[in-house]
Design a protein around this ligand. Structure first.
Ligand SMILES: [Zn+2]
Length: 404
């Protein structure tokens, strides 16, 4: 068998031994000890391209423009609301491109980008995102999820703009019921638009630590009614971190029954939650690995990069999964489960076909600068090379000490 490219001597993250990966026509054609020329990676770890299941490119990189980070979720929404009236398409494109390029260097090859669509910013951010989707298709598949950050029923004009975005190339639709004066009606309308356009849904949901009420019941019921099993995701769901074990188990069962996935966004959730509780505050990151362990759809993602919601970020999903494991106090036996939250698990949540490192899968492959899986995850090993559909898409040579 002949190949377009052979990656020699790489060890799959979930494998025991190093092997060669033969690539043909953008797919993995064979695995094992293969004949032919190819770069030798010295037994380093290979993972399928990392999957960013929730990120905001349109409001990334604003922190230098509006000063320090906000103290609360409401302040962060208000700060961006003021700024976005002046967003131009070129501005959004430039800030987004910086994050996409950073993410590519960190091994990300699939991305679900939420984008705010409302009367303040119109479709300018959405237009910039469409250009980014085209510009970087060679290295990263970006899907676009327009959503009404400041409410739908209380924000006249928002629904018409969302419908226009769906007609003009949106890949799915988002919602944000907690900023709406009528959350149930927003949920109903978002489902109606999704069914009309046959697209998946990703809600921002339950972003506080009050276990006394939740929109999860309404989402799960609507999902079942629409027949959208496996096509709905909720992001944040930080209430899952604040309820008792019994209530958590009931909601885990409900989410699994409805086929609703959950994405934890550790950096934002840690930064914004529990502030009013002072010393010994609850941290507020949904324990999504427990949902994954039960067979549910679950992922960990970046959410924000350098803005009032999260004044941190380098777009590294490996760092985010490592942060998640650290916060959840998980030992190395749980590293494979946590790695899956930014690889296979996130890919399943986003319904990506042909994802993985098996023969026939698409050749989206990242090589990490470590030879042991525990070391790769625990040390946040640097990605040193990436291959998108079998074509080299980035290199990142390891840092070297220069001896005197
Ligand atoms: Zn978000």
């Amino acid at each position: 068998m002949t190949f377009d490219l052979i990656l020699r001597n790489v060890r799959p993250f979930s494998g025991i031994e190093a092997l060669d990966i033969g690539i043909r026509n953008g797919r993995i054609a064979d695995l094992g000890s293969l004949a032919g020329q190819g770069e030798d990676f010295g037994g380093r770890i290979a993972v399928p391209g990392l999957v960013e299941s929730h990120i905001h490119l349109d409001k990334a990189g604003l922190i230098c423009r509006c000063g320090q980070g906000a103290g609360s979720l409401a302040e962060a929404v208000a700060a961006v609301s003021r700024l976005k009236r002046d967003f131009s398409e070129a501005d959004v494109h430039a800030r987004g491109a910086r994050v996409v390029e950073a993410a590519i260097r960190q091994g990300t090859m699939h991305m679900r980008a939420h984008v705010e669509v409302d009367p303040r910013v119109g479709l300018r951010s959405f237009a910039a995102m469409k250009r980014l989707r085209d510009d970087y298709a060679f290295a990263c598949d970006i899907t676009l999820c327009p959503f009404p950050q400041e409410g739908l029923t209380n924000d006249p004009g928002a629904e018409a703009l969302l419908r226009q975005a769906l007609a003009e190339g949106a890949d799915l639709i988002g919602g944000c019921p907690y900023t709406d004066t009528d959350p149930q009606e927003q949920i109903r309308r978002v489902f109606a638009m999704a069914v009309e356009h046959d697209v998946d849904i990703d809600f921002h949901l339950d972003f506080d630590l009050d276990p006394g009420w939740t929109h999860m019941d309404a989402i799960c019921e609507a999902t079942a009614r629409a027949g959208w099993h496996g096509r709905v995701t909720i992001g944040h769901a930080t209430k899952l971190a604040a309820m008792g074990e019994g209530a958590f188990a009931r909601y885990a069962d409900l989410l699994l029954w409805a086929g609703v996935g959950v994405t934890a966004l550790p950096s934002t959730d840690l930064y914004l939650n529990g502030r009013s509780e002072g010393f010994r505050a609850v941290r507020g990151v949904a324990p999504v690995h427990l949902l994954a362990a039960r067979g549910g759809n679950a992922s960990v993602a970046t959410n924000n990069v350098m803005n009032p919601f999260t004044p941190y970020g380098d777009a590294s999903l490996l760092r985010m999964a490592n942060l998640y494991a650290n916060v959840m106090q998980l030992g190395s036996e749980a590293f494979p489960l946590c790695m899956a939250l930014v690889t296979e698990g996130a890919a399943r949540l986003m319904r990506l076909e042909g994802y993985g490192l098996a023969v026939g899968d698409r050749a989206d492959i990242v090589v990490l600068d470590a030879t042991d899986p525990v070391e790769a995850f625990g040390s946040i090993a640097q990605p040193i090379a990436g291959f998108k559909r079998g074509r080299p898409s980035f290199v990142r040579p390891p840092a070297r000490i220069l001896l005197p």
